[in-house]
Design a protein around this ligand. Structure first.
Ligand SMILES: Cc1cc2nc3c(=O)[nH]c(=O)nc-3n(C[C@H](O)[C@H](O)[C@H](O)COP(=O)(O)O)c2cc1C
Length: 161
């Protein structure tokens, strides 16, 4: 079983909706999913290391910036080496803002700097995930994340034989 952490923050519930849809797209025969809202901070680094892969979600705030709690989370993230872990990033934003969903790109960079294998495709949703295109984008991330994590686990197992 793949150990998957869906970790997100959501002020008005849109990013949480995406997190729920991602969880539904993962194959429950293959993935054991833990879903957590990290809004309250206080995340321990070893917690992240218990999982094979992380799906990370954040909305965008303040002219294309990270919300406060995501910024605080980054202080923890910067202390951990995520070599061998797969990460996918998703989030909600609002196309009325010039920097649409830019927190998603900022977090992809943060995870890359910590040596995670970051899935190229990320999910950026205008407010609530309610179009066919939104659902396709969510499915694409779930599929690529699951496949990449599986591949990495089999590679590790082969090396250990
Ligand atoms: C003060 C403020 C600033 C925001 N700035 C941005 C922004 O720069 N880019 C963007 O895409 N969305 C921005 N948003 C929109 C939120 O990201 C959007 O409402 C999102 O759906 C919230 O997600 P949540 O329901 O998961 O909290 C801003 C919202 C507020 C209230």
């Amino acid at each position: 079983m793949l150990q998957v952490l869906i970790l997100y923050t959501s002020s008005t519930g849109h990013t949480e909706e995406i997190a729920d849809l991602l969880e539904k797209q993962l194959d429950s025969r293959m993935c054991k999913v833990t879903s957590e809202n990290f809004e309250m901070g206080d995340m321990e680094t070893r917690h992240l290391l218990q999982f094979d892969g992380i799906l990370f979600g954040t909305y965008t705030y303040d002219d294309g910036d990270l919300p406060f709690e995501t910024d605080i989370f980054c202080d923890t993230l910067r202390t951990v080496d995520l070599t061998g872990k797969v990460v996918g990033v998703f989030g909600s934003g609002d196309t009325a803002y010039e920097q649409f969903c830019s927190a998603v790109d900022l977090m992809k960079m943060e995870f890359t700097q910590q040596n995670a294998q970051v899935i190229q495709h990320s999910v950026k949703i205008d407010l609530s995930p309610d179009t066919q295109e939104d659902l396709q984008s969510i499915k694409k991330l779930a599929d690529e994340f699951q496949q990449t994590t599986l591949n990495l686990i089999s590679l590790k197992e082969t090396r250990n034989v």
